[in-house]
Design a protein around this ligand. Structure first.
Ligand code: SAH
Length: 396
């Protein structure tokens, strides 16, 4: 086996032998031998005992990932086939569900291979590579996919800097080219999806259960405000659930036509709804001035965003955002607050809510709590992989 032996500091040996998947800098006795991305690493403790086999691939999270705890297992096509097979078996229910044709098929370390995710968009696979090291396995990964599953075509996104940029002009890899938008289903509704238009596809697959809950329980006859709405996915689910009216607010110009498109592919009349291209914070000021109030308010800001006037950081500014949302929420209304900020774990997030309500002098009750859906598998030894926190809050 062509691999580089790397020593793990003794105090971390137990952690790796117990299955911890991320190779982080402090755990390595030395990084001298880490020169070439994609190098297979044989990890051993200071006594020379085997602690795992992985690869070198720099991400912001660390230096690479452990791939196997089996000393005899090679990292070859059979390895990838085995991990893909296991992952696809776990999702057998989703593969067979005609109402949901877009979901995550393979979720990085959660399915045993940190640095690679695969999403299924109605037979078009989207591979996301998180390091140059992982990308060196591309040919083997494609061959393994061809051998264990069937697909129409494969697209990819490099989530690491290559040639000075992150996004290529053409993300097509192999198979049949999609004719975009391709229409995928989620719990019976339709999304228009683009796999060849930069970083985002039009829908964030990790919010599937949240969208369903909003449609099924918090929409009928209600007014809905969807902030940071992107392509309006939450608004479409609300409208389909019988919302009296939805308002989608996003400052990106593209969001206007993208939202019209998502309404239209579902046969929903977008003209009966409000699509606003504006800074959310300006919209809140406007809504307060006009005395507007909504029955359901969705907050799904990015972890960090810079707009012309200010920067928003979930860690520092979420409480203020909640306070504004509380002001425009009807009594007995529901706020759906979401964050994927790594620096805001669930406990801290609940603290923001407590603080926002205590500062506005109101009462509330937490009525639903969501994390990642089951297809975004979390590694048991790496709970920090579960980045999504969503709370449904009833304002009393
Ligand atoms: N909720 C969306 C995803 C949100 S992505 C969904 O479920 O699909 C984050 C969005 O926030 C982006 O579309 C970005 O344009 C928007 N955004 C960032 N800062 C903003 C601001 N200050 N006001 C309005 N929109 C903002």
């Amino acid at each position: 086996m062509n691999e580089t032996h790397v020593t793990i500091r003794q105090k971390f040996a137990g952690k790796y032998k117990g299955g911890y998947p991320l190779i982080f800098k402090e755990a390595l006795a030395s990084t001298n031998k880490l020169n070439e991305e994609g190098t297979i690493l044989y990890l051993k403790d200071e006594k020379g005992s085997f602690a795992g086999r992985g690869y070198y691939g720099r991400q912001n999270k660390g230096y690479g990932w452990v791939l196997t705890q089996n000393k005899d297992e090679r990292i070859d096509q059979a390895f990838f086939e085995n991990r893909f097979d296991l992952a696809f078996q776990k999702r057998a229910g989703l593969f067979q569900d005609p109402d949901t044709t877009a979901f995550r098929m393979f979720n990085g370390e959660g399915d045993g291979i940190g640095g690679l995710t695969i999403d299924n968009y109605d037979g078009y696979l989207l591979l996301q590579w998180y390091s140059e090291g992982m990308y060196t396995f591309k040919e083997t990964v494609i061959a393994a996919l061809e051998s264990v599953t069937s697909f129409k075509g494969i697209y990819e996104k490099k989530r690491f800097r290559s040639g000075g940029k992150y996004i290529d002009d053409d993300d097509f890899v192999t198979g049949e080219r999609g004719s975009f938008p391709i229409l995928v289903k989620e719990n019976g509704l339709t999304f228009a999806v683009y796999l060849n238009e930069g970083a985002m596809t039009g829908v964030f697959l990790d919010q599937r259960h949240v969208r369903r809950s909003i449609r099924d329980h918090y929409s009928e006859g209600r007014t809905v405000l969807n902030t940071f709405s992107y392509t309006g996915a939450f608004s479409v689910f609300a409208a389909a659930g019988g919302a009296a009216h939805t308002t989608s607010v996003d400052l990106a110009n593209r969001s206007y036509e993208k939202t019209i498109e998502q309404f239209s592919v579902n046969g929903l009349d977008y003209e009966a709804h409000n699509i606003v291209v504006q800074d959310v914070f300006d919209y809140f000021n406007y809504a307060v001035k006009k005395g507007l109030a909504f029955d359901t308010v969705v907050l799904d800001p990015p972890s960090f965003a810079r707009s012309k006037k200010k920067t928003f950081s979930a860690e520092k500014d979420y409480t203020a955002l909640l306070k504004q949302a509380i002001t425009v929420t009807e009594d007995d209304g529901v706020i759906v607050a979401s964050t994927n900020a790594a620096k805001v774990p669930m406990k801290k997030f609940k603290g923001f809510i407590e603080q926002a309500f205590s500062e506005t002098g109101g009462k509330y009750k937490l009525i639903e709590e969501h994390s990642l859906p089951e297809d975004f598998t979390v590694h048991p030894a790496f709970p920090e992989g579960d980045y999504l926190k969503v709370l449904f809050i009833r304002k009393k």
